[in-house]
Design a protein around this ligand. Structure first.
Ligand code: F6R
Length: 246
């Protein structure tokens, strides 16, 4: 069962989720525990990251006890490539916080042995005690992370082929479709479903139909976001445009 939370605008959604994250960090660090966050890239979480940076700067929220795992990375792009997700995360979040570099985990798009990199990534999540809170966006194909259709509920972190719809949608960031990689490394559906809490964010009318399918279609590999219906603690944070088809 997916819960929905309607927000008047992106900023209000960002404030609500950032507050939830800050509260979680505070509660856990009081009892000496780290907080494990699963993070997404793309345009949707940008207001959330701006708000987390504001809470760090203006409200003294510390990220020293936070461990992060990003959902995915383009194959073939290294940390200095401006479109790599490592670069995106450094620019839009990490370099503005006090999170220790050793606590940051992102699949390695340049790994010589991608299967080993993916297995090590899964092991690192287990070693950290599992993900406490996972942030997700949703692609128009129904992907979460880069789990394109078809993606099974038991899929794990692995190398995937990007859907042409996704390559076209993401070409706005690259300026040219030919520059968009064809492959990626992504956390699997099962990996995502093991997070204790999941907050999916979707804004704008372009997401309305896929949000409806994710919430209302029977769970199946052909719309991977439908697997979220099987999670006991998943909330969709929507603006009115993204909730339009519900
Ligand atoms: C990003 C990711 C993707 C995006 C999705 C939506 O790390 O895993 O699933 O969340 O493609 O992208 P935006 O937010 O740009 O619409």
């Amino acid at each position: 069962m997916i819960a929905t939370r309607l927000h008047p605008d992106k900023q209000t959604a960002a404030q609500a989720i950032a507050r939830e994250i800050a509260d979680l960090i505070e509660i856990r660090s009081k009892s000496g525990k780290s907080t494990v966050l699963g993070l997404a890239t793309g345009s949707t979480p940008l207001p959330l990251y701006a708000e987390l940076i504001r809470l760090h700067r203006e409200a003294g929220v510390s990220f020293r006890t936070v461990i992060t795992f990003n959902l995915d990375e383009y194959e073939g792009l290294g940390p200095t490539h401006p479109q790599s997700y490592r670069f995106f995360m450094e620019e839009n979040l990490f370099r503005h916080l006090d999170i220790p570099a050793a606590n940051i985990h992102i699949p390695d798009g340049l790994a010589n042995d991608p299967a080993k990199n993916c297995a090590d990534f899964e092991a690192a999540i287990r070693d950290a005690g599992g993900i406490d809170l996972q942030i997700l966006g949703i692609g128009r194909t129904g992907h979460i992370g880069f789990n394109e259709p078809p993606s099974a509920a038991d899929s794990r972190t692995r190398r995937v082929h990007l859907d042409e719809v996704t390559r076209r949608d993401n070409s706005v960031f690259f300026g040219d479709l030919d520059q968009v990689p064809h492959g990626a490394l992504t956390m699997g559906v099962a990996t995502i479903l093991e997070a204790r809490r999941i907050e999916l964010i979707a804004f704008g009318e372009a997401k309305a139909e896929i949000v409806r399918r994710a919430m209302q279609e029977a769970p199946s590999p052909s719309c991977p976001a439908t697997w979220l219906q099987q999670h006991p603690g998943c909330t969709f944070h929507l603006d009115a445009a993204a909730a339009k088809a519900l």
